[in-house]
Design a protein. Sequence first.
Length: 291
Amino acid sequence: MIKIDIQKKLHAAHGEMILNLNLQIEQGELVAIYGPSGAGKTSTLKILSGLLNPDSGTLSVNNNLWFDNKQKINLKPQQRKVGYLFQDYALFPNMTVLQNLAFALSKNQDRSILNELIEMVELGELQHRKPNTLSGGQKQRVALARALVQRPQILLLDEPLSALDRKIRSKLQNYILSIHRKYYLTTILISHDIGEIHKLADKVILLEDGKISKQGTPTEIFINQKVSGKFKFTGEVLSIEKEDVVYIVTVLIQNQIVKVIAQSTEIEGFQIGDQVMVASKAFNPIIYKID
């Protein structure tokens, strides 16, 4: 179990902000952190990894203190069993895929983990190639495998798939879920993709202005519980067009475009780019904005 009770002064775009976190994450959970830019999401991952020091508080993992300002305990990043996956891959360009993975081995570590990871994320045919010959999705698979070389207790994912197209992103999501379950990791994911969060996360932490405003399952966080309907899908509003007395709302759901007929009262406050939920009710689709 991860127990976090920390405070950290941050300099956000709108001025000074206090990151104030008090939460517990169970071992084996996949938790998504969601919220606006500048809310403190990446800073939270950096504090867990040891790349950023809190001003005060405590951080413990499985009853082992990683940080306690009063006891002057602060484990270095290399002392924490954490794998960190970034959006920008951070691979060594002069090394092959296999060499990138081998570089992450700790001293005297059994090299058999390399073959295990190469097989798991299907890098066998790519292992002797260098990063500049790989696609974005292939590079991210290498980065994911490298983050797991030292068998971390915690896997931190900082929007690792946001630069990839939807088809490749979906495949990488499957890899992440498979690895999370196989190694029984505690995984913490930052993502702005509500569909991705629904697919991967057991729990969502909504972070706003450095504070946790809400916690719960993806359904509890994103979907209005008053909505009834046999089918429910989340998507992004692409356009809103008036046609006679109704409106046609075009919504991107995964890689499909859906048009929904709505009354003006149903789409009040809607804007292009809003995340919405489309549900069927007695075979007529209805649409709700996700707050």
